[in-house]
Design a protein around this ligand. Structure first.
Ligand code: NAD
Length: 386
């Protein structure tokens, strides 16, 4: 059994899908060869020597790393024909199991390509949000770190402090920090804002989020009505709500946001562009020097003025940080947790006797993540019945 860890080549990707720690454990499962492409971990602080010390073999390039691979670990989808200088997909042997955040539903053509190449693909961002899957939940592990990092970068961009500073020269008031969207990233942003000494408030549409916000010591700001009482899907995600609800929510937010120093936006609605929660008029009402950190930039952004991938300053002096790939901005920790998520996935579906992965089709987790199997597209949302 040969497992390959490829270098990430997509723009701005700094993470890696295995660390020396997980390589050691993969070998412990009975995998005979773990091949790591040279330089794969460098951006995240893991040297080739550290992988070698853990038992891995270092391969000079993608072709050498993938020759004879049975399992391929990636953060992002491998590059295909015309996507970059290396056609990584062309080197993946038929029958190999490919595991990564492959964006299988957002980019449905990928599944068809994997099927035609005979690659069995598992798209880890599609993992069901169930208790059994928590330790392999890549969305949670990465969102948690994104929420932390967003507040740290917001605090750095803010030209005053977070805590109330009482000095002989006078007092600096605590920063008002407002977190919009209190899922995994938002709750970590609240906790981090509080740890830094900010006066934190937060909003969300899901009724369950209100208690979670309060339990972290932040105040809840938001609009609630009969519609928002049912704003959560069975899977725990926010539903798309009516235009009327969003208009009322915006009224409440508009009054609050003008008094905020740092606003962290994290709101997502599954399978859609991120909702616009901060309008241009709201930005115009904010004080010069205040900061908006838009973690939802990859999904289009929660602020109307966010330029995905950029940090900008508006005419009235508000900084808007719209970087992409927030977990990649804290890549050492993000890689460590992501690598453990993949290790847990493999360990959970490991056949000890065969010393090989075995993914039972009927398993809820497998059913959720598997895009292709034995040359066919099998994901329920990508098959003709869907
Ligand atoms: P997400 O990234 O999809 O969205 C982030 C947050 O934005 C959510 O809290 C959502 O309600 C909020 N939001 C959407 N529209 C909004 C609007 N107009 N205004 C304000 N907020 C808005 O969410 P997530 O962080 O992935 O978490 C989704 C849910 O899944 C949560 O309930 C979380 O607790 C749950 N979860 C469960 C597990 C598990 O049991 N294994 C693991 C992770 C998350």
């Amino acid at each position: 059994m040969r497992l390959t860890v490829l270098k990430e080549r997509r723009a701005g990707e700094t993470r890696v899908a295995a660390t020396p720690e997980t390589v050691k454990k993969l070998i412990g499962l009975g995998i005979t060869t773990v091949a790591v492409e040279a330089g794969a971990g460098v951006a995240s602080g893991f040297t080739d020597a550290a992988y070698q010390e853990a038992g891995a073999e270092i391969a000079a390039d993608a072709g050498a790393a993938l020759a004879g691979a049975n399992i391929v670990l990636k953060v992002r989808a491998p590059l295909g024909t015309g996507e970059g200088e290396v056609d990584e997909l062309s080197f993946i042997p038929r029958g190999a199991l490919l595991i990564g955040t492959l964006e299988g539903l957002a980019e449905p053509s990928r599944a068809a390509t994997y099927a035609s190449l005979g690659i069995d693909a598992a798209s880890m961002e599609l993992l069901p949000r169930i208790t059994r899957a928590q330790s392999m939940d890549v969305l949670s592990s990465q969102a948690n770190l994104a929420g932390y990092r967003a507040v740290i970068e917001g605090a750095t961009a803010f030209d005053k402090g977070f805590p109330m500073l009482m000095t002989a020269a006078g007092t600096i008031p605590a920063a008002n920090v407002f977190v919009m969207g209190a899922g995994v990233a938002g709750l970590q942003a609240i906790a981090t804002g509080r740890r830094l000494g900010g006066r934190v408030s937060a909003t969300d549409v899901r009724p369950a989020a209100k208690e979670e916000i309060k339990s972290l010591g932040a105040s809840f700001v938001g609009y609630e009505d009969e519609e928002s009482k049912a704003a959560q899907t069975a899977g725990g995600y926010a539903k798309q709500l009516s235009a009327d609800f969003y208009a009322r929510q915006a009224e409440v937010v508009a009054a609050h946001i003008a008094k905020q120093d740092v606003v962290v936006t994290t709101a997502l609605v599954q399978g859609r562009k991120a909702p616009t929660l901060v309008t241009a008029a709201m930005v115009a009402s904010m004080k010069p020097g205040s900061v908006i950190v838009d973690i939802a930039a990859d999904a289009g952004g929660n602020c109307a003025l966010t330029q995905p991938g950029e940090s900008i300053v508006t005419e009235n002096g508000v900084k808007i940080l719209g970087y992409r790939n927030w977990p990649g901005r804290i890549c050492g920790a993000a890689s460590a947790l992501y690598a453990r998520n993949l290790l847990t996935f493999l360990t959970t579906f490991w056949d000890k006797d065969a010393k090989a992965p075995r993914l039972p089709e009927e398993d809820e987790i497998v059913h959720g993540v598997q895009l292709t199997r034995a040359g066919a597209v099998v994901h329920p949302q990508l098959t003709p019945a869907a």
